[in-house]
Design a protein around this ligand. Structure first.
Ligand code: SAH
Length: 255
């Protein structure tokens, strides 16, 4: 289930309900801390970064024992999150699943699973910046942990050619601190240096900061793993500090 970007104000009521009904909460420790108020009196199994496989296996084993498990994921669980891994593992281990989750009746022959959606980092970031996602957009994770850099570069290049607004996730990697600079170089093949870039750090969390810069001027030192960037398309403008991608209403209908 999805936790949204941080503050519980942005947690879906259905997700809050799942946390309340759960016997066990399993997740990355930073995320579990964000929903501490729901964890009172529950068994909590929190683990560190890059332990996704362990967390998922543990959650599945607990669920197969008949416990009600909330496997939590930041933002939206289905976007670079835990949801896909649950299905991958069930498929590989031949575990029968059915649609249901916390609202289903127990069934002896299939594990009820529900994916509860949430506000992803790019949604949260867009709202803080203004309205940068009013037109077609693409999202690219710069993490080369599971995806080779050649594929990341190919997708960035294609998204830049097609003039998509581009969300950049995981903009800094522990092993390759220069991925954002490499990504910028790819984008600059097709996009002007003065293209607006919105940088959002810790959206809807304590320590939230955001600003608008340009492809030429964005400084990768100010970016970390709790940052998401939105790169404008060729029509995106900045007005009074807001970043906006026009959809074209005024061109068609006038003011
Ligand atoms: N499932 C998440 C993404 C997980 S990948 C989602 O739907 O948004 C982790 C990356 O997401 C981070 O490296 C960062 O780029 C971005 N991210 C997640 N939460 C964020 C937040 N509150 N503020 C800024 N970026 C965030």
């Amino acid at each position: 289930m999805s936790l949204g970007p941080g503050s519980v104000d942005y947690l879906a009521p259905r997700a809050a309900d799942a946390l309340r009904r759960a016997d066990v909460i399993v997740g990355y420790k930073t995320y579990v801390q964000l929903v501490e108020e729901f964890a009172q009196g529950k068994e909590v199994r929190a683990s560190g970064m890059r332990k996704e496989m362990d967390r998922c296996r543990e959650a599945l084993d607990l669920a197969l024992e008949g416990r009600r498990v909330a496997l939590v994921s930041g933002g939206d669980a289905g976007i670079y999150g835990m949801a896909g891994l649950v299905f991958d593992l069930c498929r590989a281990r031949d575990i029968a699943v059915r649609k249901g989750g916390f609202h289903a009746n127990a069934s002896p022959d299939a594990l009820p699973v529900e994916v509860i959606p949430g506000i992803a980092a790019f949604n949260a970031a867009a709202s803080l910046l203004g309205a940068p996602l009013m037109h077609d957009f693409a999202s690219v994770s710069l993490s080369d942990h599971l995806t080779p850099w050649e594929i990341i570069e190919k997708r960035l290049d294609a998204a830049a050619v097609a003039d998509f607004v581009i969300a950049l996730y995981n903009p800094r990697s522990a092993t390759r601190p220069d991925v954002l600079d490499r990504a910028r170089a790819v984008l600059l093949r097709h996009r002007a240096g003065d293209t607006p870039v919105g940088v959002v750090h810790k959206a809807m969390r304590d320590g939230q900061r955001h600003w608008v810069t340009t492809l030429d001027e964005m400084a990768s030192e100010e970016v970390d793993m709790q940052t998401v960037l939105l790169v404008g398309n060729s029509h995106t403008y900045v007005w009074n500090g807001w970043m906006v991608t026009p959809r074209g209403y005024l061109d068609k209908y006038g003011v």
